[in-house]
Ligand binder design. Structure first.
Ligand SMILES: CC(C)(COP(=O)(O)OP(=O)(O)OC[C@H]1O[C@@H](n2cnc3c(N)ncnc32)[C@H](O)[C@@H]1OP(=O)(O)O)[C@@H](O)C(=O)NCCC(=O)NCCS
Length: 175
């Protein structure tokens, strides 16, 4: 499955084991880990291969949707719909991008694409995302894509020696 953007040459596609090096190169940056609850730092050498196997398992079982963001022929980030709940038609959105690709509008476009898949193809009703309070870039992406702030969870994550407040955003499909 592939879906491409009009203005930049990025596309969303399923991951292959041959993407492991590109993922490792981009995700091992402390600046990427710093803003996420789940990406460890230092990132383990075999972490990308394990992650791709995990993504492929979920794709085969039609569970979480985990897609690579391809730009100029290599994978520069990942975007996913996790904890897909078919009864309540909801899922959690997560994403990251290699630091040198920040600020080009790539994630805003990627979020719009995966929302289309979530609402049109998967017929989900509610997509939510959890963001560190200091992560203004990510909040801007979500707000630009129509997400609304729902609340703040104080000291919800302990990361890099500090308690972090988490803001929950959601977008509801009203159709
Ligand atoms: C968050 C992240 C995915 C954003 O991706 P991106 O492709 O750079 O996002 P976009 O370019 O589409 O939009 C970013 C916006 O934030 C703005 N921005 C950047 N730094 C900012 C800052 N310190 N304060 C406020 N806004 C900022 C950018 O200017 C841009 O807005 P603009 O287009 O109006 O100028 C990327 O920074 C990233 O991977 N961060 C590390 C991992 C992460 O935070 N994941 C999300 C966890 S919830």
């Amino acid at each position: 499955m592939e879906t491409s953007f009009q203005k930049c040459s990025a596309l969303l596609r399923h991951l292959r084991l041959s993407d492991a090096h590109d993922i490792y190169k981009n995700v091992k940056d402390k600046e990427v880990s710093k803003w996420t609850a789940t990406i460890p730092y230092p990132y383990p050498k075999d972490g990308a291969v394990k992650f791709i196997r995990h993504a492929q398992y979920h794709a085969d079982k039609d569970k979480d949707l985990i897609l690579g963001i391809e730009y100029d022929g290599s994978i520069i980030g990942v975007i996913s719909l996790m904890h897909i709940n078919k009864t309540h038609k909801r899922a959690e959105l997560g994403y990251w991008l290699g630091k040198k690709f920040w600020g080009k509008g790539i994630m805003t476009k990627s979020v719009r694409q995966i929302l289309e898949m979530a609402f049109q193809k998967k017929k989900l009703h509610r997509i939510y995302a959890k963001v560190f309070q200091e992560n203004l870039q990510s909040q801007k992406v979500l707000e630009r894509c129509g997400f609304k702030l729902e609340g703040v969870h104080k000291d919800s994550v302990f990361k890099h020696g500090k308690w972090r407040d988490i803001m929950t955003y959601a977008k509801i499909n009203h159709y």
